[in-house]
Ligand binder design. Structure first.
Ligand code: NAD
Length: 243
């Protein structure tokens, strides 16, 4: 098996799960270019991924920096409540621009590059919201369900060229995204303790650390993964196994 280090693009690399993924992949030897709206290091690209014109050359730029591109990990995302009654389509579209359109566009940009190499690994970071609804989350739920569908489509397209695509769907993860408006992490609240930890709706009783999501991403995006494609891999401490 080819053992040369993978050349990898990671979006959302400035925070939370994306930062953990970048660190995990670097620790196994990957050469990583991060993409985020804020700068992390000299090996990163600053880009507002919600803007189609700004993200149009992101994959080409990363491939030029790395001398090719073996893996693309789409982690960047945003969350905000979107009550259905508000019918605030601008707000919904802003979520879809980052969570859905950007990863679809980056995967489409990556496929021709990976095709010429006859190898590619793509991992998107979805959510349990891709399969299950939460009140006031219609835009986030629809975006993640669409991302799951898009990842399967890319897996079908890429299979003939040695490209495999999967999604990791986390449940609760302690990151800046899980902070409530008052700055308290949602998994530190009394409501979380009563409902999920002690109430049993979350079998493992605690949120994931970002590194635990990064571990799943790392394997799916590795050369060791030779047969798993087109799948949504749920990493949620058992959350979606209960009712
Ligand atoms: P985070 O807020 O810590 O990190 C998100 C990153 O995405 C940040 O670095 C941010 O700058 C970047 N980003 C956001 N909008 C961007 C844009 N327009 N252009 C470029 N970069 C942009 O959040 P996180 O918890 O690490 O979330 C990462 C992914 O995991 C998201 O897709 C999220 O939906 C998903 N997720 C998170 C949780 C959770 O509980 N934290 C659970 C399930 C899924």
């Amino acid at each position: 098996m080819n053992s040369s280090p993978l050349r990898t693009l990671v979006t959302g690399s400035a925070s939370g799960i994306g930062a953990a993924v970048a660190a995990r992949l670097r620790s196994r030897g990957d050469r990583v270019v991060g993409v985020d709206r804020v700068s992390t290091d000299s090996e990163s690209i600053v880009c507002d991924l919600s803007d189609a014109s700004k993200r149009a050359d992101v994959v080409d730029r990363a491939a030029a920096m790395l001398g090719g591109l073996d893996a693309v990990i789409c982690v960047a995302g945003i969350f905000r409540a979107t009550p259905l009654a508000d019918r605030d389509l601008d707000s919904w579209r802003a979520i879809w621009a980052v969570n859905l359109e950007a990863p679809i566009d980056l995967m489409a940009q990556a496929l021709p590059v990976m095709r010429t190499q006859g190898f590619g690994r793509i991992v998107t970071v979805s959510s349990v919201h891709g399969r299950f609804a939460q009140r006031d989350c219609i835009a986030y739920d629809v975006g993640k369900a669409g991302l799951d569908a898009a990842t399967r489509s890319v897996a079908l397209d890429g299979a003939r060229w040695g490209i495999m695509a999967n999604s990791v769907a986390p449940g609760f993860v302690r990151t800046p995204m899980s902070l409530n408006a008052d700055g308290v992490d949602e998994t530190d609240t009394e409501a979380f303790r009563t409902r999920y930890s002690e109430g049993g709706l979350l079998p493992l009783g605690r949120a994931a650390h970002p590194g635990e999501i990064a571990d799943a991403v790392a394997w799916l995006s590795s050369r060791e993964n030779t047969y798993l494609t087109g799948q949504i891999v749920t990493v949620d401490g058992g959350l979606t196994s209960t009712f």
